[in-house]
Every structure is written in C-alpha cells, then in structure tokens.
Ligand binder design. Structure first.
Ligand code: GDP
Ligand code: MG
Length: 296
C-alpha cells in the first residue's frame, strides 16, 4: 500500500521540528521531484503501514506553491501548525487562505500547538471556528504528546481512506467532444479532491456504448450532460439522461444556450458553458458537484 503522506507546515517557530522529533524515526533530508530539499520522517503504524511526514515552512510553501505542486498534490493531508497566539493565528490564517485558493487538497488539519502557554494560547474551539477546519490541541514540548501524535495519525489515516471518491458520468454527443473540450474538462475535474474518476465514452475505445452506459450509469454518483442541438438529437445521450433521471442520480446540465436543455432537466441547476473561459467553467462545474454531493 502507498504510504500515507502528511505535510506538516506552519510559520517559523510554531513547533514543526519539535513535532517531527516526537516521531520515533530519524528525520532525513530528501529531494523531491521538483528538486526541493525536504525534511522528512516516517512512522510505521499497525494496520496502516508507513506514514511519511514532511516538514515545510508555510511562507515558503505559499510563495512557491508552483514549485511544490507535486508535493502538494501527492499529499493525503496537510497539517497547518500554529503557536495558538493571536498574531500567529492571524498571519497563519492569511497564508492558509492563500494556499487553499492556490491548490486543492483533500484534508486539512490545524494543530493548535503551545497550548501549555496559558497566557497567550487561544483555545482550540476558537481556533477551529476561525479556520473552519478540524483542529487538534497540542503541546509538542510535553513528552506525552508522542503517543497522542500517533493517535492523530491514526485518525488522519482513517479519515483519508474512508473518504469515498466520487464517480462522475459525462454524457455528450460525440460530435461535440471537441467543442466542449470533454477530455480537458475531465482531466481537470479529476484533479479536484473527492473526484475519483470521470466516466465518459470515447469512440476510440471501441467499447459498445450501450454496454458502457449500462455498467457505468448505475455506479456513477453524479451525472453531467453537455447540452447542445447535437446532444438533443443523439440517441445515446437521450438514453443516458433519461436513465440517470430514473436512477435518481444528481444531474448537472451544462449548456451554451438554455434552449438546448431537455425540458425535463430545465429545473435543474446548471452551468453555463463558456468557451472563452474553460477554467472558469470547470470551476463552476466543480462547485456545483460539491454542492450536490455535499462534499467538503
Ligand atoms: N512552550 C512550548 N514551546 C514549544 C512548543 N512547541 C515547540 N516549542 C518550542 O518552540 C521553539 C521553536 O520550535 P521549532 O520546533 O524549532 O519550530 P519550527 O520552526 O516550526 O520548526 C523551540 O524552542 C521549541 O522547544 C509547545 O507546544 N510549547
Ligand atoms: Mg523547523
């Protein structure tokens, strides 16, 4: 099994290295695919296997998020550490918001460290409210944090592997494939958190389209239909959306002109396709997917 990869980040002095040192293995310096030097440690947990923890400064991560693209995308969870004091919470929150805009990461956790500093530490509940992410109270200098940290890794692992990845079925008229840039949209959607796979039939695959439909419509979690004059007269597309409706799948119509939408789907919330803004269109589609599937 692939190791669970956790990124441990936070501003300077918030206790990242102290946390790394609680992990029994030795920290090592590693070079990643993008030639970044990274401090890394790992722990083997029963029933889970290896958990790899990588320490990285938050300012650097945000400033150079492009350079850390692979690292970020290959992480199962990102832990943002703060020293729980107000000024650090504010600057961390700012950087965290920037990071979230730049990259999609499935799992965030906040470590509210320095909880032993009763004078300055804001309590966990307030920090959780501020960040809107699961927050864990910690005092990394206390020796008992070692066992505690292990429990946290177990929890992260459970959350990561229990999260189901969703299947998206894409219905479109084959002649529209280029116009709607189906493969580009699919590739990009697949990169978002919680999207397991995008199912769309390609002529080149030479599968029987009806077999394909039969197998994949049933198992999909959400159904996208690209509406056009062509899709209106495409028999497979007609069959697909009708079947999706019968199977009570959530349906998202994507259309350039609203009049191309099948009447029965016209009450569904859809996305306007913008040829001049494909990325914006994709973002809108994902937003609607996450709303319908109640992700996040
Ligand atoms: N009181 C207290 N000190 C801490 C805690 N965590 C880390 N420190 C101390 O804060 C300083 C900076 O920690 P370090 O791990 O080097 O921070 P990093 O820059 O994020 O790697 C060190 O002197 C640590 O001993 C904590 O929970 N409570
Ligand atoms: Mg450090």
């Amino acid at each position: 099994m692939d190791p669970l990869r956790i990124l441990l980040t936070g501003e300077i002095g918030v206790g990242k290295t102290t946390i790394m040192n609680l992990i029994p293995g030795e920290t090592i310096l590693k070079i990643d695919d993008d030639l970044n030097e990274l401090v890394q440690n790992s722990i083997e947990l029963e029933g889970i296997g290896d958990v790899v923890i990588i320490e990285i400064n938050l300012e650097e991560l945000v400033k150079n998020s492009k350079g850390y693209k692979n690292l970020l995308e290959n992480s199962d969870a990102v832990i943002v550490t703060t020293n729980s004091a107000m000024s650090n919470l504010q600057s961390t929150h700012k950087l965290f918001s920037e990071l979230k805009q730049k990259v999609k990461i499935p799992n965030y956790y906040i470590f509210a460290n320095f909880q032993d500093k009763e004078q300055t530490a804001i309590e966990k509940g307030k920090i959780e409210e501020m960040f809107g992410e699961k927050t864990i109270a910690l005092s990394a200098v206390k020796p008992e944090s070692k066992d505690f940290l292990e429990k946290v890794f177990y929890e992260i692992s459970n959350n990561t592997f229990l999260r189901k990845d969703f299947l998206v079925f894409v219905s479109y008229a084959t002649v529209d494939s280029g116009h709607f840039q189906i493969s580009k949209i699919s590739e990009k959607l697949k990169k978002y958190p919680r999207i397991g796979d995008i199912l769309y039939w390609e002529e080149a695959l030479k599968d029987d389209i009806y077999d394909y439909m039969n197998i994949n419509l049933e198992k999909c979690d959400i159904f996208l239909i690209f509406c056009s004059d062509n899709s209106k007269s495409s028999e497979p597309v007609q069959m697909e959306w009708k079947a999706a409706l019968k199977l009570k799948k959530p349906i998202i119509p994507i259309f350039q002109d609203e009049h191309c939408m099948p009447a029965l789907l016209s009450t569904k919330l859809g996305v306007q396709f913008r040829k001049d803004d494909i990325n914006g269109t994709i973002e809108q589609i994902y937003k609607l997917i996450s709303k319908k599937l109640d992700l996040s």
